[in-house]
Design a protein around this ligand. Structure first.
Ligand code: PLP
Length: 482
């Protein structure tokens, strides 16, 4: 039998890294350089992508270099260039160049980071970023952090800690005993809470405990309604889920009132601040819309939205580190854990994972506290400018206050007595016309039972010219759509 080759086509020699990474680098730079003028939509349909990339799994491998070429050629046709400054869809954000570069290095370093000794650099940089974020958001100094893949995961982790803590206050250890026979938990959520919050509560066995608190036109819980719901939950373990940055209006709950009301009933306030928590980093916005943010018990946020890091960047923050640890017992005697060091596995649900904190460190170190505030303020100023351009046009209605970075609009038909259904239908037609043109991209949404077009200003790369071009494209779609 011939010896197994050490370096066959699929196993490049160490020197092979250089060629492949050089090729990847060239493709990446070409793609990024082309972003500003590439149409802001995918170029190929699924059929073409299957033809380029699919077929049965080949029995024999191929040269890695050819594979990389084929990957690039195929995938690029189906990419939505969301890093373009005129991509206003969903709540997405771009990637700061330094964060992208740090992300590449993170892959090259390929660190697992279960415990301190498997990657001391990861453990220490997580501690540093914890302190930086606490400072940036003005949270209690002891606040603990877990670096997680996405805000949905952060919600799940925060709410697991909330569940454990409020049940412990009623003499029940949910980690040891489960939910069977536990005192019934009451969960009050902002009626417009993101699906990530609802889904996390369902995972935690609290789906049946959820009660939605009605909101005002900007998606903020009505204080009187919350007060009544908290009173009705009196004597039960209580969790209240507030929101900073509703995905349509950008609305932020009256956090001081929510926290005072909830804490008076010995409840836990969790804040979904996927993008809205970043308002706390802006001195102007903080006093206007994020007053009392530091009073919450837990915060879930994304770095991959408003901080503009690549995906796989989110943080769960817990005011009380003892509660955080108590909710995540870890029985792994094979791990030798020094008590005075950070062991990432003790703060999150994952065991093996990537060292995702480095792009976050690079973004924060590059921007500084002032740079983050400027980025947030600039996006909000762009949202106000876009709203002003649209408001000036007959037939277009800006539905929300635009107090943050979100703008929602409707497009009425020209006949004066069109009913609400006709406005819904036309808003959808204008959205499709806009997407097809490729100058800018935005997605329809439903807000208070009506169709709206949702415009999200959250990309570091968006400049004033992009905003003017996006406004012109929206006006064009409005004027030329029947
Ligand atoms: C995006 C978002 C989430 C979910 O975050 P992921 O990073 O997509 O998991 C939750 N809440 C709000 C308000 C969001 O905008």
């Amino acid at each position: 039998m011939p010896p197994t080759p050490l370096h066959g086509p699929g196993t490049p020699s160490p020197a092979g890294y250089r060629d492949l990474l050089d090729t990847a680098h060239a493709h990446a730079v070409r793609y990024l350089d082309g972003l500003p003028e590439r149409p802001v939509h995918a170029l190929a349909g699924d059929e073409e992508l299957h033809a380029l990339l699919g077929g049965p799994l080949p029995a024999e491998g191929q040269q890695p270099h050819d594979v990389l070429e084929q990957l690039t050629r195929g995938v690029e046709r189906g990419l939505v260039p969301s890093g373009n400054g005129r991509y206003l869809g969903y709540v997405v954000g771009g990637t700061l160049p330094v964060a992208l570069a740090a992300d590449w290095l993170t892959s090259a370093w390929d660190q697992n980071c279960i415990v301190h000794d498997i990657s001391p650099a990861t453990a220490v940089v997580e501690d540093i970023c914890r302190a930086w974020l606490v400072d940036l958001f003005g949270l209690p100094a002891a606040t603990s952090a877990a670096f997680v893949p996405a805000c949905t995961h952060a919600e799940l982790l925060c709410l697991a800690v909330a569940r454990h803590t409020v049940l412990a206050r009623h003499g029940w250890d949910v980690a040891a005993s489960g939910l069977d026979g536990a005192p019934p938990v009451r969960v009050l959520i902002n009626a417009t809470a993101h699906a990530a919050v609802v889904r996390s509560l369902e995972f935690l066995g609290l789906g049946g405990a959820v009660e939605r608190v009605p909101v005002d036109a900007e998606a903020r819980m009505l204080p009187a309604a919350l007060d009544a719901a908290v009173r009705a939950a009196d004597g039960h373990p209580l969790i209240v889920c507030a929101q900073a940055g509703e995905i349509n209006t950008g609305g932020i709950d009256h956090l001081r009132t929510v926290c005072e009301t909830t804490h008076a009933a010995d409840g836990w306030v969790h804040l979904d601040g996927a993008f809205g928590l970043w308002a706390a980093a802006s001195p102007t916005l903080r006093s206007n819309v994020a007053d009392g943010v530091e009073l919450c018990d837990s915060w879930a946020t994304d770095a991959h939205k408003w901080l503009n890091t690549p995906y796989d960047g989110a943080v769960a923050l817990i005011a009380d580190p003892t509660a955080h640890r108590a909710a995540l017992p870890l029985d792994a005697s094979y791990l030798q854990l020094q008590p005075d060091q950070r062991h990432p596995v003790e703060w999150g649900l994952e065991v093996s994972r990537r060292s995702r904190v480095f792009p976050l460190w690079a973004a924060l170190r590059t921007l500084g506290a002032q740079g983050v505030a400027e980025l947030v303020d600039r996006c909000c100023a762009h949202a106000r400018l876009l709203a002003a351009r649209l408001r000036a046009e007959p037939g277009i209605t800006v539905v929300n206050d635009v107090s943050l970075n979100q703008v929602i609009v409707t497009f009425a038909p020209s006949d004066a007595d069109a009913d609400a259904d006709a406005v819904d239908a036309r808003t959808l037609r204008v959205a499709l016309a806009l997407q097809a043109e490729g100058e800018t991209w935005a997605s329809p949404s439903t807000w208070q039972d009506r169709t709206v077009l949702r415009l999200c200003l959250i990309n570091w790369a968006t400049d004033r010219d992009d905003v003017e071009r996006a406004a012109a494209a929206l006006l064009r779609a409005h004027r030329t759509t029947g």
